[in-house]
Every structure is written in C-alpha cells, then in structure tokens.
Design a protein around this ligand. Structure first.
Ligand SMILES: *[C@@H]1O[C@H](CO)[C@@H](O)[C@H](O)[C@H]1NC(C)=O
Ligand SMILES: *[C@@H]1O[C@H](CO)[C@@H](O)[C@H](O)[C@H]1NC(C)=O
Ligand SMILES: *[C@@H]1O[C@H](CO)[C@@H](O)[C@H](O)[C@H]1NC(C)=O
Ligand SMILES: *[C@@H]1O[C@H](CO)[C@@H](O)[C@H](O)[C@H]1NC(C)=O
Ligand SMILES: *[C@@H]1O[C@H](CO)[C@@H](O)[C@H](O)[C@H]1NC(C)=O
Length: 407
C-alpha cells in the first residue's frame, strides 16, 4: 500500500502550504538560535518554555517554540530522520506533546541541502518523508534553511517542501530562509525571495542574518526598506504571507534600551514575525518590558496584516506608517542618531488635509495625547529611540488610511 502522504500528494499535486490557515498574523515565539546556537538540550528548553508561560509571554501571543539547527542525528535504516536522543530524552513527539500541554506550538528546523548549516543531516531528496515525520511529531512550524544548497537546488526544494507540507494535511507554518543565497545588495541579486516565495511560503527572509548590534539591524532594516520601497514589497505582505527581516535580537548582545525598543517597534511596524532569541532565564526587567508591550505587539498583530512603509526619510530621523483595522494608523517616529531630536509628523506625510482631526495615543508612554490637527511634534526623542503613536479617526470622520492602502 502507498503511504497516505503519497496519495494526498497525487490528489493535490499543485497544492502549496499556503491556504493552510496559519500565520494569519505574523508568527510570534522564541527560537534557540540567537543565544543557544547548538548548545541546548531538552532540560534547558523545558526551563525556557516554563518561563514563557510564567511571565505571560504565551498569553501575549509568543506561542511558537522553535528548535533551530543541531537537533538532528542522521537517518535510521528506513531513511527516517533521527533526532539526537541524548539531547531529547522524551523524543521529538514527546517534546511536541509537552509544548502542546503548555498551550504552545512546536517549531522545528531543517535545511534544503544534504547538510544543515551546522553540518548535521539535511533534507535534500527526503522532502516528502521528512514533512511526514514532522507531522507525525505534531510539528506546527518549520524553518527551511538553505545551507549546502545551490540556487538550482533551491528552485526545486522550496516549492517541493511547500507541497510536501500541504500533503501531510497538518497546517504547519512554512518559514523560508534563503539568506545564504542572498547577495549584499538584495535588489541586484539573483536570489530574490519576494519573486517566488509569496505564493509558496508563509514567511520568507528578505536579507542577511542580523547580529545583536545597532549597526547590524539598522543596516538590515535599511536594506529591507530600500528593497521593499523599490519593489513595493510592502504590498505583498498579507495574512498568511509575510516578509521576514530576521529573528529579534532584543536582550541579546550589547544593545541599549533605546536601541532595543526601536528594533522591536520597527519590526512591529513592518508586520514582521516576532521570534525572540534572548535567553529568557537571564533577562533584565527592561528587556521584559519591551517584549511585553501589548500595545506595540497589537500593531504587529493587527488583523489587517498590512506592512508599514517609510513615509518620510530624514537625515536624523525616519517616519513609518502602517494601516490598522478600523481605519486607524500606527506611526513610528524614529531617531536614527546619537543625540536627541524633535520629530514632526506633518499630516501631509500621510496625505491628509491639515484640518483633519485625529486622536493620538503614545504606545510606549501608554498615554492618550488627545485630538490633533495639522501636525504632531515628538520633543527630544531619545538618541536611537522611537516614539510609536496610534492615530484613530474621531467620531463622524471617515477612516484615516485609505491613502496608505491605495498606494
Ligand atoms: C493544502 O492546499 C489546499 C489548496 O490550496 C488548501 O485548501 C489546504 O488547506 C492546504 N492544506 C494544508 C494542510 O496546508
Ligand atoms: C547529542 O547531544 C549530546 C548532548 O547535547 C551531545 O553531546 C552529542 O554530541 C550529540 N550528538 C550528535 C551526534 O550531535
Ligand atoms: C554539500 O556538502 C558536501 C560535503 O561538504 C559537498 O561535497 C557538496 O559540494 C555540497 N553541495 C553544495 C550544493 O554546496
Ligand atoms: C531559479 O529560478 C529563477 C526564477 O525564480 C530563475 O530566474 C533562475 O534562473 C533559476 N536558477 C537556476 C540556477 O535554476
Ligand atoms: C506641513 O506640510 C504643509 C504642506 O506641505 C506645509 O505647508 C507646512 O508648512 C508643514 N507644516 C509643518 C509643521 O511642517
């Protein structure tokens, strides 16, 4: 008898993982990679998962608990991918069930090539088998990396994996990471994920890995924004399919409070997946404050699923705007330099007449600023800091964002 996944694959040979009903808002969670890399076992992960529940992170939406590379241990005699049993004494299915019992979701990793980025067993030539193995383990999220993969192989394996995931019948978020194939200048590179990924993946990396330093993520953001503006990629993002500027570095490395706050805010403005990477066992209250700001998270998780755009590029500051449900708009006033600056949002930046009245709220101060017309100036925005506002229509006035949506 043919295995079930084969029959389904034949019945649905053109089906991708999309329309899988997941990632309707950008996925939120935690991943092993940014702090632990290859140095983790089930004991560490259980501790971290418990902290996610205790600190209320899961309630805020951080439910995907993602194992990145280094869990694999070759294949068994039947070609089935093996996990490292020393590292995971409960087994992968047991680990998945533990996460589910905590109300969390199980994320896993593999590479499209024969080997993963850390030299473990990859999935090349085993896409349908491995997808079924993951479904058997009750996996909910899968990141496909592209180490040991040529562009030609990538062209084959990424769409193939999408079909393989669909064929399992289990809705699994499909996260496509081809950063190794992306050049320094993404818009001139041969690998252009935005050209092929949107109908195939739930989320796709748009540029290189970020590092936990201000210059690294600002450069990544700048490149992403240039690319996104140039190619109008912000209009591609929608429920079920999001641009991914990489996992968060908040609480990792040497970033200051203001830098981390800006990092988090801009990811939310870009409707980016919010995958934490810090060691939650050693976290400052400042870090916890940033990642638990429910009002900023709500901007990221807005059900409209629209990505923000830069509406003003200044020498020392930028302004970003993102349409929200109910006709509201999120606006980020970002100070890019190391001295305080006043940043003015002029209604004309959003395409509105000066007389239009809007109700403003500051989402980091958690304070209503009242109705405004014409413009709003945030005074002395901290060096490398950000002010995030929510602009809402006042009663009797039409929704605010028709212009943002139509461009
Ligand atoms: C598979 O694809 C079909 C057609 O797009 C879709 O209706 C179905 O929900 C998908 N199933 C999964 C598990 O992705
Ligand atoms: C399996 O995990 C253990 C404990 O983390 C580690 O010492 C060992 O090297 C791993 N085995 C393989 C094949 O990676
Ligand atoms: C994958 O790794 C193997 C072993 O290092 C190497 O021989 C092969 O050329 C690599 N393939 C690609 C596409 O990088
Ligand atoms: C990969 O696919 C792209 C289209 O998405 C195509 O332009 C490119 O030539 C392909 N590259 C290889 C090496 O097959
Ligand atoms: C806002 O923009 C309008 C139109 O471009 C301009 O006339 C006005 O001076 C600007 N106001 C501020 C406070 O920058």
């Amino acid at each position: 008898m043919l295995p079930a996944f084969f029959l389904l694959a034949v019945a649905c040979s053109a089906c991708y993982a999309l329309d899988n009903g997941v990632a309707l808002t950008p996925p939120m969670g935690w991943s092993t990679w940014n702090t632990l890399a290859c140095d983790y076992d089930e004991g560490d992960l259980r501790e971290i998962a418990d902290i996610m529940v205790k600190t209320g992170l899961t309630k805020l939406g951080y439910v995907y608990f993602n194992i990145d590379d280094c869990w694999e241990d070759g294949r068994d005699a039947n070609g089935r991918l093996r996990y490292n049993a020393t590292q995971f004494p409960s087994g992968m299915h047991g680990w998945g069930q533990h996460l589910h019992s905590l109300g969390m979701k199980f994320g896993i990793y593999t590479s499209s090539g024969q080997y993963t980025c850390s030299g473990f067993e990859g999935s090349w030539g085993h896409e349908f088998e491995d997808a079924q193995t993951f479904a058997d383990w009750e996996v909910d999220f899968m990141k496909l990396d592209c180490c040991n993969t040529s562009v030609e192989m990538k062209n084959v394996s990424y769409p193939k994996w999408s079909k393989a995931l669909n064929a399992t019948g289990r809705p699994i978020v499909y996260s496509c990471d081809t950063d190794e194939l992306i050049g320094i200048f993404p818009w001139t590179n041969e690998e252009r994920p935005w050209d092929w990924a949107p109908p195939v993946c739930n989320m796709w990396r748009t540029w290189k890995d970020i590092k936990p330093y201000w210059w690294s993520w600002t450069m990544n953001l700048a490149f992403n924004i240039e690319t996104w503006d140039l190619l109008d990629l912000s209009t591609i993002a929608k429920p079920g399919a999001f641009n991914d500027p990489d996992m968060l570095e908040v609480g990792v490395g040497e970033m200051t409070y203001e830098e981390s706050k800006s990092h988090f805010s801009l990811w939310a403005m870009m409707a980016a997946p919010l995958i934490l990477g810090n060691d939650l066992r050693h976290m400052t209250t400042e870090t916890l404050d940033i990642i638990t700001n429910a009002e900023v998270i709500a901007i990221d998780q807005d059900p409209l699923g629209r990505q923000g755009r830069r509406v003003l590029q200044g020498i020392d500051s930028d302004i970003y705007a993102k349409p929200l449900v109910g006709g509201a708009i999120a606006v980020a006033l970002w100070n890019k330099v190391d001295y305080p600056v006043d940043i003015t949002l002029n209604w004309s930046d959003l395409g509105f007449a000066p007389a239009k009245t809007m109700a403003l709220r500051d989402l980091w101060a958690h304070r209503d600023l009242g109705p405004h017309t014409q413009s709003y100036t945030a005074k002395a925005v901290a060096p490398t800091g950000v002010v995030v506002l929510k602009l809402s229509p006042v009663p009797g006035q039409p929704p605010l964002h028709h212009l943002l949506l139509s461009t």
